[in-house]
Design a protein around this ligand. Structure first.
Ligand code: CA
Ligand code: CA
Length: 299
């Protein structure tokens, strides 16, 4: 199996990045990833203010996927996420929602063992591994890896985990897939500015889809179909995610515009992915029982 190592990484998702490896549609590839701090925070004495910001949010890649051409969709099946033995969290005045409540910077190292992340002496939680940054090259000038967008990127969506399938747009030849910023666990919103940031490995199966009409980024797991949208404000992201799913219901399932809207009000859940990145991310979730009832099969 092809492995992308952490020495080949990018900080901008751009069509100008030279690919570090090539894969074919149908291949399985492993991406080794650094944590979002580039591994710079090694102890609780290392603070956010001491970071070299040029090395923050590294995404391993980019990978050139043969036959992927603009207008195609890249299907990314997340087969496996393996995590390092510890994660790290930071806070700082003014960072995230809760940055208003702290007067100094702090760093916390969180041991990860036997499927649990230890928060403190009283609290441990099951791990819930997810990929914070995953995307293809953005159109035009490119977008830094700390920002989400229609290309994917720093979406920080808790549902982008093992067993899920992510559909991303292909904006340039080869798609140029890259990923990083794993979290051992994170709450929806990422309110404090980070999850349990951790290094690890992600194994994915890649398939190029021609004539796929899914709105991207789009995510499917064993229970839900989700349209993901990022925008300058949460309000705008809510509208974007909702209308993307409305378009899916009318375009792909053939529902009429009235029923599609009513259905989203009956069984669609708008959920916040994150509110702390330069653009905010929201997803609209519907149960797969809806697509099944219409006989719709995801490619
Ligand atoms: Ca992130
Ligand atoms: Ca992160």
């Amino acid at each position: 199996m092809l492995t992308i190592h952490t020495d080949t990484k990018i900080h901008k998702m751009s069509e100008n990045n030279p690919p570090v490896a090539k894969a074919k549609s149908g291949d399985t590839v492993c991406f080794e990833t650094l944590d979002c701090f580039g591994g710079q925070l090694k102890s609780e004495n290392d603070l956010l203010g001491g970071l070299d910001w040029n090395n923050v949010n590294p995404a391993s890649g980019p990978l050139f996927v043969e036959d992927a051409t603009p207008g195609d969709v890249l299907k990314v099946e997340i087969l496996k996420i393996e995590l390092d033995d510890h994660g790290v969290m930071v806070d700082a005045p003014g960072e995230g929602v809760t940055g208003a409540a702290v007067s100094s910077e702090s760093t916390k190292i969180l041991p990860v063992k036997n499927g649990k992340v230890k928060f403190n002496e009283k609290l441990s939680f099951p791990i819930c591994p997810m990929i914070g940054v995953i995307g293809t090259a953005a159109k035009g000038e490119g977008i830094d890896t700390g920002t989400p967008g229609s290309h994917g990127g720093n979406m920080d969506c808790t549902r982008i985990g093992e067993g899920a399938t992510l559909y991303l747009p292909v904006n340039t030849e080869g798609a140029l897939l890259a990923m990083g910023d794993l979290h051992a666990r994170m709450g929806d919103g990422e309110v404090e500015v980070c999850g349990v940031e951790i290094a690890g490995k992600v194994t994915v199966k890649l398939t190029v889809l021609k004539n796929c009409k899914l709105p991207t980024p789009f995510l499917v797991n064993s229970e839900l179909a989700m349209a993901i949208h990022s925008a300058e404000t949460v309000d705008e992201a809510c509208v974007g995610a909702t209308m993307a799913m409305h378009g899916f219901l009318t375009g792909e399932l053939g529902m009429n515009e009235h029923e599609a809207g009513m259905l989203l009000s009956v069984t669609g859940n708008l959920c916040i992915c994150q509110v702390v990145d330069p653009e905010k991310t929201v997803r609209m979730e519907i149960p797969l029982s809806v697509t099944k009832a219409y006989g719709y099969e995801f490619e």
